[in-house]
Design a protein around this ligand. Sequence first.
Ligand SMILES: N[C@@H](CCC(=O)N[C@@H](CS)C(=O)NCC(=O)O)C(=O)O
Length: 197
Amino acid sequence: MYKLYGSVKSRALRVLWMLEEIGEPFELINASPHHPDILALNPSGKVPVLVDGDAVITDSTAILTYLADKHGKLAYPAGTIERAHQDALTQLLLDELDAVLWTAARHSFILPKDKRVPEVKDSLKWEFERNLERLSKRIDGPFLQGETFTIADIVATHCLNWALVAGFPVTDKNMRDYAREMRERPAFKRALAHQTE
Ligand SMILES: N[C@@H](CCC(=O)N[C@@H](CS)C(=O)NCC(=O)O)C(=O)O
């Protein structure tokens, strides 16, 4: 059985959602970043961490990709053009959504107080909204890649939810409708139900 370290309030939600989508059994170990149990597995102290037998896998996107390839679900086969497009899209989401939100978080509560530049947040909010408008133009179906739900949809929806919590604008109607649809997925609801506090 897989062991997943992290919490619903972290990027571990992406992996929880994936595991619920593919129906694989797992144990969730609710652990905060830098907890000694995490540091023993990941020297950076970051979550999520997935343990599969003796193997330790870090980084949410790497974990999603591993699970998708291993179980043949939620990803196009490696070596196909569709997969290249899926990987490009996932990288774009990490660059244009995740990185922007993460920079805002670092300058809000992650970095030491004297290293934070709170003024950067207005610029990041503008950038996020612009990036969402660009992404919105690419959606050509119920999912980011048309008719097929992939791990890119998990990363995108997680970032859209994160944006709401962080007070980032999600004004684009297409993106709002998309996120609403994604949140209706039973596996997403089951993943959220793992929240303990
Ligand atoms: N790119 C990594 C980022 C992991 C990450 O930064 N996780 C946050 C929680 S969502 C964390 O552990 N932060 C603690 C830190 O940065 O020290 C991923 O997608 O898993």
